[in-house]
Design a protein around this ligand. Structure first.
Ligand code: SF4
Length: 370
């Protein structure tokens, strides 16, 4: 496990709510952004001293961090002044193609941001409209090109699968578009209709692909990306060599991280805690709420099996003082024989097909340990 920590900064603002989104965000005004950045900087300074470990990843998530504009400079100054950052720290900012402008990109580059994650989602205008995205595919391409021209060499792109009316052909079309942007990293998510989103209110009018069609889309994306030199290192994530997300790997590998901002979660000294989803309360008096302990055996199995590197059950059970159940090898070999997993002794990982049914496999394996 890495001894270095991660720092997550939540930027809870968007210009317009996407129809599928249930992340915590408010409508952005310049005044609110100023107030929030003041509160965020104060909290960064307060928390920095007690984090107690060097940081090798900083992640601006949202919301829409690109709405920070040149304010990112002051935020990163506060981060550097309050945390001990390693020289090669990965500093990521999520960006919405419609809100990225040259002043933001220039300020981000100067502030040390060395990784951008663009929410492109699709190349089809009908899909982008349905999702409520405020950019076109052409704008997405121009924004990525602008970032490249400024020297950003580590770019990630998000792509959504399982969209209403989507087929293997429409997914291949969007994927070809995304690949033409030459990203170093790609995240793909199956559309999930969350309660209380605009999309949930029209759910019965949407022609959503069924489970089998979604699975085929996912497997098609895995195959095309693997042919294009990406490794499928986590259920939803693909990377070129040495370009895995250092920050997100912390979540899956059980490393410790501090999240600051409304709705941001933390895992520090074995304890989980979070800031409530309340922007005003955060600006007035930021306080965290305890959320129990993390990093137990069950959570470790659950998170490690998201990764293609998998888990060594023998070493993990020993770490937690748990006896390996005698029926475990039979269970793991059963998945391997079905093409859902790869098993070398007690080291086990899921294949692309296994990742599609990971919830069931993980719950079956945990059952064997119970
Ligand atoms: S830009 Fe991102 S955070 Fe904002 S509404 Fe859209 S999906 Fe949600």
């Amino acid at each position: 496990m890495t001894e270095f920590g991660g720092l997550y900064l939540h930027i809870p603002f968007c210009r317009k709510k996407c129809t599928y989104c249930d992340f915590y965000s408010s409508f952005a005004t310049e005044e609110l952004l100023d107030q929030y950045v003041d509160a965020l900087i104060k909290e960064i300074k307060k928390r920095g001293g007690s984090f107690g470990r060097p940081v090798d990843s900083v992640y601006f998530g949202g919301g829409t961090p690109s709405l920070l504009g040149t304010r990112i400079t002051a935020v990163m100054d506060a981060v550097r002044g309050s945390f001990s950052l390693l020289p090669d720290t990965e500093i990521t900012a999520e960006a919405n193609p419609s809100s990225v402008d040259l002043p933001f990109l220039t300020a981000a580059a100067k502030a040390g941001v060395n990784r951008l994650s663009f929410g492109v989602q699709s190349s089809r205008e009908d899909e982008l409209r349905l999702l409520g995205r405020t950019h076109t595919a052409t704008e997405a391409r121009e924004t990525v090109l602008a970032a490249r021209a400024l020297g950003f060499q580590n770019i990630s792109v998000d792509l959504m699968l399982g969209l209403p009316g989507s087929t293997l052909d429409t997914v291949a079309e969007s994927l070809a578009f995304v690949l033409s942007l030459n990203p170093e990293h790609l995240s793909t998510y199956l559309l999930k209709i969350e309660p209380n989103t605009a999309l949930s209110k029209m759910a019965d009018r949407l022609s959503l692909p069924d489970g089998d069609a979604q699975a085929q889309q996912y497997l098609q994306v895995c195959e095309i990306l693997e042919k294009n030199g990406f490794s499928h290192y986590e259920i939803s994530n693909f990377a070129k060599e040495h370009r895995q997300s250092r920050h997100n790997n912390k979540y899956w590998l059980g490393a410790e991280y501090l999240g600051i901002g409304p709705s941001a979660h933390s895992f520090v000294d074995g304890k989980r805690f979070y800031y409530p989803r309340d922007l005003k309360a955060f600006c007035r008096r930021p306080e965290t709420v305890p959320d129990g302990f993390g990093g137990d055996f069950e959570e470790t199995v659950l998170l490690r099996l998201r990764l293609s590197s998998g888990i060594d059950f023998s070493a993990t059970a020993e770490r937690f003082g748990i006896k390996l159940p005698p029926e475990l090898p039979k269970q793991l070999n059963h998945y391997a024989a079905a093409g859902l997993g790869v098993c070398h002794g007690t080291v086990f990982s899921l294949t692309d097909r296994g990742m599609l049914v990971s919830n069931q496999i993980i719950s079956d394996i945990l059952e064997v340990f119970s």
